[in-house]
Write a protein that binds this ligand. Sequence first.
Ligand code: FAD
Length: 509
Amino acid sequence: MITPDPFGNGPAAPCRVVILGGGTAGWMTAAALARHLPGVAQVTLVESEEIGIVGVGEATLPHIRNFVEQLGLDEVEFMERTHATFKLGIDFRDFGAVGERYIHPFGAYGTEVAGVPFHHYWLRQQPAAGAVDGTAIEPYSMAVALARAGRFAIPYDDGTIGTTYGYAYQFDATRFGPYLRDYATRRGVTRIEGRVEDVERTAGGDVAALHLADGRRIEGDLFIDCSGFRSLLLGKTMAVDWEDWSQWLPCDGAAALPCAAADDEIEPFTQALAMPAGWRWRIPLRHRIGNGYVFSSAYVSEDEACATILEAVEGEPLADPRVLRFRAGRRARSWERNVIGIGLSSGFLEPLESTSIYLVQMAIARLVELFPVGAITEDDRASFNEQVDMEYDLIRDFLILHYNATRRDDTPFWNHVRTMEVPDSLKEKLRLWRDGARVHHHQYGLFLDASWISVCLGQGLIPASYDPRADAVPQDRLADAMTSLKEEIDRRVAVLPRHGAFLNARSPQ
Ligand code: FAD
């Protein structure tokens, strides 16, 4: 592989990158390479309209804003084109026990005092462990308070509690890819419509070219497999092993069903509602509501799942339920020889915390950093694979937490996840939390303190103790500080616009 010589001494032949697949992963990769490596990567993308895309990834994480910003996209235009709304977190219902509810917010609870995180002070104020209501921490989170009030404004950094929140987008996934396709093709990416039927390999085992059904041959130096669950290059051609995680994440199907929005109130959050054999999502967009029942086929049939989601949606269904089948897990390696899997071709961990598009974004960022200059090295591959693995492992443990930290025993599904053996890495994280309300720290990757605190407290995992340094503050001063913190949040939330009004003011529809 040859890339331009920065010292001006050699030939400047760009690396021929062939992306297989034009779903969200394919077009995000094409757009990012066109933006960040112009002249270095010469990108061709092959997609087949006949095969189509998954098209149901609708909720995202705040990191998506970096992606949008780094491409130089205008947020208002991007949101208009994808019918997007704002997301402040996820409202979980019935996960800890039927009737319980908590929000996993994008933002902190309170502020750190003398190096001690806020939740330790909050725990100190609570009654004895058996009587603690974990959701009573919520009024100290600006993101939760805003979400509960249905209000929204763009946070700006003024150093006050009022802006200690982040946001992501909820958008129409079938519009995101085409939007990025316009962006990428305007920047020199070549799009080829066609179905790949055969993969040609070199004597050494690398991929040399893709053969299309109509006889065309697409040659390349580096191949990005964005072919979705088919995993045509990484899974089939390179035969990279699949690590199955369904013993911990037993949901293996989803019945998706968009419906009409019932009224003008658009919630600035995603809902995850526990169901007898899984959970269902509810994602409000500008023009409709996305719904889907994520189920385990060991406990409910596809037909029952479809009937259940039809029954559950509030607005008029806009289509018949569409069933998607998947397995939780990942490929043992995402970069093998000259093939890199990005998106569903490299793994899937079910949509409970909206992590798939984040994983795509993270893989693209690593690819851009490690883009081959000269030959692909084993170091680059190893570094990429290590980082991707770490991201998957962190997400896996956090997702399992939502299932395992339940007190539900009312259905076989919930009974199974409550009693199953969890990975050792999660056992250790749970021990840290249970013993002293501590959250495992890592330098990169998801999820950070507020996320663990919200799910653990929200699902009734009350720690036995807290950081003893929290006892250093006199009781009356602590009580006053907590009251004024809550009042300050309430005051700020009360003057912010309703989410729908905010959206309309920016871009009327
Ligand atoms: P796909 O969308 O499947 O695209 C595959 C592409 O490969 C298509 O263009 C197809 O035409 C092409 N292709 C395949 N084979 C060939 C061939 N032989 N020749 C030519 N072209 C070919 N993610 C989130 O971040 N948030 C969510 O809320 C979320 N919810 C989800 C809910 C469900 C039920 C599922 C299943 C996924 C969800 N995801 C979510 C994941 C998200 O949808 C995907 O990560 C994202 O769409 C990326 O998909 P992809 O591009 O890898 O694959």
